[in-house]
Design a protein around this ligand. Structure first.
Ligand SMILES: Nc1ncnc2c1ncn2[C@@H]1O[C@H](COP(=O)(O)OP(=O)(O)OP(=O)(O)O)[C@@H](O)[C@H]1O
Ligand SMILES: [Mg+2]
Length: 516
């Protein structure tokens, strides 16, 4: 027994000696790049003799066509936490050709410390043995990361370290990702070999923030506060048994910043934006599919919901059933409650309600759904009740508080002698922030952006708007008075005619009475 052990140790000793000898040869004669490659293999060889364990994380998991999420997380984690310690890195343009991504290169070793233990990472790749001719060079290479650690740290690595890497990697990915603006594809891609995604996207680059949004500071603060609370409420939503999502209805006249608010929210929360064009959705099934294919950490937007579909379909139908004529005569596609009844558009109000808070809406989590409209009163109450649209935010005309934000952003002016007059005019006149902003930003190369000139121009515009509004009001009042007068005349005439009729009716009676 002892002899056997001695023999084994002797064997080990000679193996180590051989390796050391070979290594000195390598140091001398082999070029550095190849030497590095051999280093990795030497380390692997050593792992056979030493009490070290290794875990491999492949680029492609069981689902061959999807990159393993763990692999991506490890890549992100290593480039963030350990890349500085690596000697060989590679830089690539990010997916959207925006940011540079520096990652640990293949065959490179990096070390990491976790709770006082050292962990080694190796990046490498192996050729796929599959006997298939690939259309894309490099596609048959399978990259992988390998983590090596001492046997005694097995539990620590498997139970604590790897989940930690996964969490950190995900966080880094979210931090570094190029946010995207998605829109639903009108016609489905019929080519089975191409991506069949129902959404297509561009990088999301809207510069609006809550700082640039003209709104009353208190209301703005309330929105920001709520968003922050929402982001941190994962456990709370789980506790109360609700899906982790929130609905907002933004309503108000055109140009009051509804779309800008959505962009500001997306930038604040660091979310993707899915801009859903409801008129391009064929039916409820497609609507559900669209929802399922959105990712978490996203804002799903349906703009101008009153224009895209007729959401009062149910009530209109009731009216029609009771014999009333549909007075508005517009040609918007209708949203009937019963999906089988209408073939023109099969997206129904109930489909939309399901989209917002049906069973499917719970998949994924961390989503914000926003509807915008110019006419809140046109929407079906079922659609915007609390719980579906948790918060209704009115975006209204520009008042002084909002103006101050615009003046600061556009002109770098915080105080000005004309502010008093502007405040008074803004209180008396309804002007959208879009119009105010336009006056503060004259697009002329020759004219300098002078605050005095801009503010005077704004005052002129406000006075003009006030005069126009007064004229419109006077005209309306005049028309109303005329209509009232006409109605009175009509009523008087009707009364007169009735009296005459009564007189005529009575006359023969009297005659008859007289006869008797
Ligand atoms: N509250 C605001 N703060 C800052 N800028 C604003 C605000 N409202 C409007 N604007 C400016 O006006 C432009 C139009 O605003 P936006 O598209 O957000 O209006 P909207 O309410 O979505 O209008 P619509 O109802 O027509 O869609 C924006 O590009 C922005 O520059
Ligand atoms: Mg808009």
């Amino acid at each position: 027994m002892v002899a056997m052990m001695v023999e084994r140790w002797a064997g080990l000793g000679s193996a180590v000696a051989t390796v050391l000898f070979l290594w000195s040869v390598v140091q001398k004669y082999v070029p550095p790049t190849f030497r590095l490659y051999l280093t990795v293999w030497a380390a692997k060889l050593a792992a056979c003799f030493n009490p070290y364990l290794q875990i491999t994380i492949s680029e492609y998991g069981a689902e061959r066509f999807q990159r393993s999420e763990f692999f991506l997380a490890v890549e992100a984690y290593l480039s963030d936490a350990c890349a500085r310690r690596a000697r060989k890195l590679k830089a690539e343009l990010g997916k959207d050709s925006k940011n540079l991504q520096v990652t640990v290169d293949d065959h490179e070793e990096v070390t990491d410390d976790f709770s006082g233990t050292t962990i080694w990472w190796y990046a490498s790749k192996k050729q796929s043995k599959a006997n298939v001719i690939s259309l894309y060079p490099g596609q048959d290479e399978r990259r992988f990361y390998r983590v090596v650690f001492h046997r005694r740290n097995r539990d620590l690595v498997v139970d604590s370290y790897l989940p930690f890497v996964l969490g950190e990697g995900r966080a880094v990915t979210v931090k570094n990702r190029q946010r995207r603006l998605f829109t639903n594809n009108a016609s489905r891609n019929s080519n089975p070999y191409r991506s069949n995604s129902v959404w297509s996207h561009v990088p999301f680059e809207h510069p609006a923030t809550f700082d640039t949004l003209a709104m009353h500071p208190d209301e703005k603060e309330a929105v920001v506060d709520e968003l922050m609370a929402f982001q941190e409420s994962k456990d709370y939503y789980a506790k109360v048994g609700k899906a982790w999502k929130r609905g907002y209805l933004l309503y108000g006249p055109p140009g009051t910043g509804k779309s800008t608010m959505i962009a500001a929210m997306a930038n604040f929360l660091d979310y993707d934006v899915y801009d859903l064009e409801l008129t391009a959705v064929k039916n409820n099934t497609e609507l559900r599919k669209l929802f399922i294919e959105t990712t978490g950490k996203s804002i799903i937007v349906i703009e101008d919901i009153d224009c895209s579909v007729d959401l009062t379909g149910k009530r209109r139908k009731d009216k029609k059933a009771s014999g009333d004529k549909d007075s508005d005569g517009d040609d918007k596609p209708k949203l009937p409650m019963d999906p089988d009844k209408d073939d023109a558009t099969k997206v129904t109000l109930s489909g939309l309600l399901n989209f917002i808070d049906g069973l499917w809406s719970a998949c994924g989590g961390e989503r914000i759904i926003i509807f915008t409209t110019n006419h809140k009163e046109k929407l079906d109450p079922a659609l915007i009740r609390r719980g579906r649209m948790d918060k209704h935010i009115e975006m209204s005309y520009c008042r002084f508080e909002g103006f101050k934000v615009l003046a600061k952003n556009y002109l770098d002016v915080i105080e000005h002698e004309l502010f008093g007059e502007i405040q008074q005019l803004l209180d008396e006149t309804d002007m959208s922030p879009a119009d105010v902003a336009e006056n503060l930003m004259p697009m002329s190369k020759k004219k300098k952006r002078d605050p005095d000139v801009c503010l005077t121009g704004l005052i002129e515009a406000l006075k003009q708007a006030k005069a126009d509004a007064a004229a419109v009001k006077a005209k309306e009042e005049e028309e109303a008075a005329e209509a009232k007068k006409a109605k009175k005349t009509e009523e008087a005439e009707a009364k007169k005619a009735k009296e005459e009729d009564n007189g005529k009716d009575k006359a023969p009676d009297q005659e008859a009475n007289g006869d008797i």
